[in-house]
Design a protein around this ligand. Sequence first.
Ligand code: XIL
Length: 323
Amino acid sequence: PVSTDGLHAKLPFPFGAAVNVNLIRNNAQYRNLVAKEMNSITAENAMKPAALHPSKDLYVWNDADYLVEFAKQSGKRVHGHTLIWHQSLPAWLENYNGTPAEFEQIFKTHIQTIVSHFKGKVASWDVVNEAFENEGGTLRNSVWRRILGDDYIARAFQYAHEADPAALLFYNDYGHEYGPTKRNAIINLVNSLKARGIPIHGIGMQMHTRYNQSDANLTAAITTAASTGLKVHISELDISMNPEKTQGIMLTPATAQLQATRYKFIVKAYNGIPKEQQFGITTWNVTDGDSWVPGFNGAPDWPLPFDKNYQPKPAYQGIIEGV
Ligand code: XIL
């Protein structure tokens, strides 16, 4: 059964986190915190191509199935992440050099095998992740685009929809809050898929952001995504308190408070979009102790609402105050 006293219970939309399967398995404090505070989970890595599809004829389900079972036992939604991405690819896909026709078949089978395996258990998917370059509005030259052409994105949605017509299908990316160039490129893609009748139901904005991102950029990201009329998922939220990557600094009560005001601002803006478009908010990781940010940035950081001792931070209260 779903917990009734956690953070999610204080919010009018689903609230969750990206979780690490090994920590769910082996760390009771972590597992109990997720069980109590969240009603939605995303696999941090366990549903990526490298994990599920390590070689052409081999799919490995153990970790992902374990998460799905944990979610079932504790009454949580599972959001699937991610079918098609340029990263976390097994070498055989990343270095593929057969014919486009063969690769199209591999692409279709990859998507449909995974979606079918989780049919009835995973009701939503990030179908394509990060198709655009870091900045600017051009498509990345991933192996998918190089061999299959720009329209691989539309076909990925069609193939996923064939495998599970009931699943909600998302386009997920980051940088909506960087400014208009990348944001508009993403929104134009999504709107054009919609206009063509491609089965797309949601837009995921990762929102790996920083304490000093402007109110205007955060608001524009959220309201522009909502303007598509699709469901909006803040899919990978974390707020860096050290985007300058300074070594040897610590989180102070004052900076923790500043972080709370940023979480509150984002939740408030999100809560302002129409109810039926609120798919939910997911943080990327659970506590400051398991956040990917310090490793990625190579600098200390505290991006999440829980500290490394599994205790709520001021950001936790900020999230509640946002609604
Ligand atoms: C990250 C994980 O957190 C890391 O453990 C892994 O090494 C790389 O991927 N955008 C995404 C996520 O869509 O899948 C990424 O997750 C973070 C950035």
